[in-house]
Write a protein that binds this ligand. Structure first.
Ligand SMILES: C[S@@+](CC[C@H](N)C(=O)[O-])C[C@H]1O[C@@H](n2cnc3c(N)ncnc32)[C@H](O)[C@@H]1O
Length: 221
């Protein structure tokens, strides 16, 4: 058995994924006052993402179950000890990553979120899952919270915050990525600049699209 597949985490994740699926009904009403063009503009903006996610502060928006399992498997296979996550929300992906660190014998997981109510929920979930001791939650905008005090080397990154910021967040972390580090970018199709960067030869990455709009990239060199 693993931490991911046994109690208390497994039944907690079943409940959280069920609640997340039910909460998707709140997404459309949160933008009902905006035209489709304004919704797109908001989603693609490098400056208005606080408003975009502020409208979704009661919606967990987690990675899929398959992506969560992929995160756990990648972290386990490579014995990850240092993980950085951009976009905590209710902590569902965080729970997968923290479980892998626990089963790897320990490590450091830094995650960041600017919505205080989401951080409170994530902390409650990590406590219920018995994993709160594995995680440092940094409150604030990732452009600031991930700009200092990073581990010397980073084994695994999950990008799952504002999509237009993926290139900037990668730049903050890049010098710390160890050769062979994996970067999982959720909904990467919404970040064309990021995809262009990690897929371009000579930028230091190998990268492939993976199931369900996930881009899986590896730092080389
Ligand atoms: C898709 S959700 C993350 C879901 C989470 N990774 C999971 O699977 O459970 C994106 C989250 O990132 C947060 N976020 C977006 N841009 C951010 C930024 N620049 N700094 C910190 N948090 C950000 C949003 O508030 C939102 O809660």
């Amino acid at each position: 058995m693993t931490t991911l597949t046994s109690a208390p985490l497994a039944p907690l994740l079943d409940r959280l994924f069920d609640e997340a699926a039910a909460s998707r009904a709140k997404i459309a009403p949160a933008f009902a006052d905006l035209s489709e063009a304004d919704q797109m503009r908001l989603m693609q903006s490098k400056t208005d993402y606080h408003e975009f996610y502020g409208r979704l502060k009661d919606v967990p928006l987690p990675v899929s179950r398959a992506t969560g399992t992929l995160l756990y498997m990648l972290a386990r296979r490579f014995g990850a000890r240092t993980i950085v996550e951009f976009g905590t929300s209710f902590g569902i992906s965080t729970l997968h990553l923290a479980a892998a660190l626990r089963d790897n014998g320990g490590g450091r997981l830094i995650t960041t979120e600017f919505e205080p109510s989401k951080i409170a929920r994530a902390r409650d979930h990590l406590t219920a899952g018995g994993l709160v001791d594995m995680v440092e939650i940094r409150q604030g905008d990732a452009l600031q919270t991930l700009s200092s005090d990073l581990p010397d080397t980073i084994d695994l990154v999950l990008l799952d915050g504002a999509k237009p910021l993926y290139p900037e967040i990668l730049s903050l972390l890049e010098s710390r990525l160890r050769p062979g580090a994996f970067i999982v970018a959720d909904n990467a199709d919404d970040s064309p600049d990021y995809l262009a960067r990690v897929r371009s030869p000579g930028t230091g990455y190998m990268s492939v699209p993976f199931a369900e709009d996930v881009e899986l990239s590896m730092r080389i060199g």
